[in-house]
Design a protein around this ligand. Structure first.
Ligand SMILES: *[C@@H]1O[C@H](CO)[C@@H](O)[C@H](O)[C@H]1NC(C)=O
Ligand SMILES: *[C@@H]1O[C@H](CO)[C@@H](O)[C@H](O)[C@H]1NC(C)=O
Ligand SMILES: [Cu+2]
Length: 224
């Protein structure tokens, strides 16, 4: 009996507090209904979007805003983009992995996207790695040339700060963040061993991501 009582009690506590949303998207507007319990589901938090049936916002490839509101006190973040109409594949990283410290709004107004996305519809994806796991949301966008204006809902909460960081489980594969493709060995089920092999894979992957790697190296010394 005991094992089933504890999760139930904590679920009731969370309901009572009324603030457990993991994270929500402020900008660009997210696709689908927000369902708290579905947020751990790839690729978009339980919603499987169809590009012809979602709200579309212009996203400027030379710099535009991603804004989120975190209810945890800490998270690392992956921002990614794809032009796959179903958001299943084709994701690329569009910002270096960073660590948010402090809960509340965080908005980065200078996210850039590859120019070959211009003129296509697709998605911006936000992946949060916080204490209760990996969480996913997507926004439907029309990738356009140029630089966007900072939207009114793009704000950083008081006390929130960010630093570039390394999170191997987020950066190893933007199509499968949070699900490390560890080399299958007899030990791969063991969390600590899987973590080690994932880290070395991600360091190899980093070698290819020259721009991102350089930004991360700089970020090791600088606050964003
Ligand atoms: C479009 O999406 C809405 C919900 O977001 C759904 O109810 C509707 O069936 C969808 N339409 C099509 C043609 O898929
Ligand atoms: C939020 O803070 C980051 C630095 O951590 C900064 O780059 C960004 O411009 C800030 N956003 C706004 C809307 O001021
Ligand atoms: Cu949460």
């Amino acid at each position: 009996m005991m094992p089933s009582i504890a999760p139930c009690a904590s679920a009731m506590l969370l309901l009572a507090s009324g603030i457990h949303a993991h994270f929500t998207v402020q900008h660009p507007p997210a696709v689908g209904p927000f369902i708290d319990d579905d947020e751990p589901k790839e690729p978009c938090g339980g919603y499987h979007p169809d590009i012809n049936n979602v709200t579309i916002t212009d996203f400027h490839v030379d710099g535009d805003a991603i804004g989120t509101k975190l209810t945890h006190s800490q998270s690392t973040w992956l921002y990614r983009a794809t032009v796959d109409p179903s958001a299943a594949n084709g994701w690329v990283m569009v910002y270096p992995i960073f660590d948010q410290s402090g809960s509340g709004g965080y908005c980065q107004p200078h996210v850039t996207v590859p120019h070959d996305f211009i003129g296509k519809k697709g998605y911006i994806g936000m992946v949060s790695h916080a204490k209760d796991g990996f969480l996913y949301q997507c926004a439907g966008v029309n990738f356009v040339a140029g630089t966007g204006n900072m939207p009114e809902d793009c704000q950083n909460a008081t006390g929130v700060s960010a630093t570039y960081t390394d999170d191997a489980t987020l950066s190893s594969d933007p199509n499968d963040p949070g699900t490390p493709s560890a080399t299958p060995t007899s030990d791969s089920q063991h969390e600590h061993n899987a973590g080690v092999s994932t880290r070395s894979q991600s360091l190899q992957a980093l070698g290819g991501l020259l721009t991102v790697g350089t930004m991360m190296a700089l970020g090791a010394m600088l606050v964003i």
